[in-house]
Design a protein around this ligand. Structure first.
Ligand code: GAL
Length: 331
């Protein structure tokens, strides 16, 4: 902003105060850890979620954990945005009643939606389980439109392995992968079949016991993030890198000072925004509140990434220019 040299100090102060007020109220600011209101003014319910871009629109799918829902159903919410900051609630894209007799207290977590260009179907993957997390399966539901009513298809164990937390990774060449936590062995990354309805080929097993898996391909390197197995409690999330998904992967290193416990969050995805001037990789994390899950928060921050290093900056309000791809963290 240009300040007029003839203004008095009081006038300059008033202008700065005024613009500061609008900066603070700017709805396009992403505020990690705070209530994140949707277009209805309600806190976004898309926990353990994932983001899919269709045309110029981003869709955020996640666990719908509002109060007052039918406790025998499980719901996956869908929100839409063109700037990743302001989200419109579209609907609960999946509402399903115990589809395969998992019994009372059954679990549906970490939904992720892929678009299959061959079949023109949207394919949702999710972790499904019984109350004690012993089934360790993935569920699949499909839909002809991104924000329509998804229909349950089936559940299975990918490549015969246990699968609890899942993650989604679509490479720059469009190949779709499922990341899944296989408790006895580690962290697996596997390619989906042509129609995305099954998991076809294992790319690698990273023999590290990690969940909340997320992968991004950035400047010729793959970066994988995972958290330790501490349930809803935060822990120091770590990352490793490789030139090829088959590995070998580097050692895992902390993404933030370990005493910060990932600033109270757990990874769920990394979103790469390629703009006209810059590429920003966003860390999407959940700040879980297990006793009041509807109030669980989100920690989204632009990562410092490149040359084999990745770090999550201290959370602060920030803005993203969706056209240029530039992220600005406020001081
Ligand atoms: C976390 C996992 C969550 C949920 C939770 C249950 O580690 O990431 O998605 O499964 O455990 O305790």
């Amino acid at each position: 902003m240009k300040l007029n040299p003839f203004w008095t100090a009081a006038q300059v102060g008033a202008v700065l105060l005024f613009s500061g007020f609008f900066a603070a109220a700017d709805p396009q600011t992403i505020r990690p850890g705070e209530i994140w209101p949707d277009d209805r003014g309600q806190h976004i319910q898309a926990h353990g979620g994932g983001v899919l871009k269709v045309g110029d629109t981003f869709y955020w799918f996640g666990e719908q954990r509002s109060r007052g829902l039918n406790p025998t159903y499980r719901y996956v919410s869908c929100y839409a945005s063109t700037n990743l900051a302001q989200w419109t609630f579209r609907k609960n894209a999946l509402q399903v009643y115990d589809p395969e007799h998992f019994h009372a207290g059954w679990i549906l977590e970490r939904p992720k939606v892929f678009y299959n260009a061959k079949t023109k179907k949207f394919v949702m993957y999710m972790h499904v389980d019984n109350e004690s997390y012993q089934l360790a399966r993935v569920g699949v539901a499909t839909c002809d439109t991104v924000d329509g009513d998804y229909q349950w298809v089936k559940s299975f164990r990918p490549l015969g392995h246990e699968s609890r937390d899942i993650g989604q990774f679509v490479d720059d060449d469009g190949t779709a992968y499922l990341i899944f936590e296989d408790r006895p062995f580690g962290f697996r990354i596997a390619k989906l079949s042509d129609d995305y309805l099954s998991v076809e080929k294992e790319m690698c097993l990273i023999p590290a016991h990690m969940e909340g898996g997320a992968v991004v391909h950035y400047q010729g390197l793959y970066y994988a993030i995972g958290s330790a197995l501490t349930g809803w409690n935060p822990n120091p999330n770590k990352y490793a890198t490789t030139k090829s998904l088959e590995g070998p992967w580097s050692e895992f290193k902390d993404i933030a000072p370990p005493d910060k416990n990932t600033y109270g969050s757990q990874s769920t995805m990394m979103v790469k925004v390629v703009g006209t001037k810059a590429t920003t990789v966003i860390f999407m994390g959940d700040i879980w509140k297990p006793a009041t899950q509807w109030d669980s928060r989100y920690l989204w921050m632009p990562l410092e990434i490149g040359d084999g290093k990745l770090s999550l900056p201290e959370p602060k309000p920030w803005t993203l220019d969706i056209v240029t791809g530039e992220a600005v963290i406020q001081n």
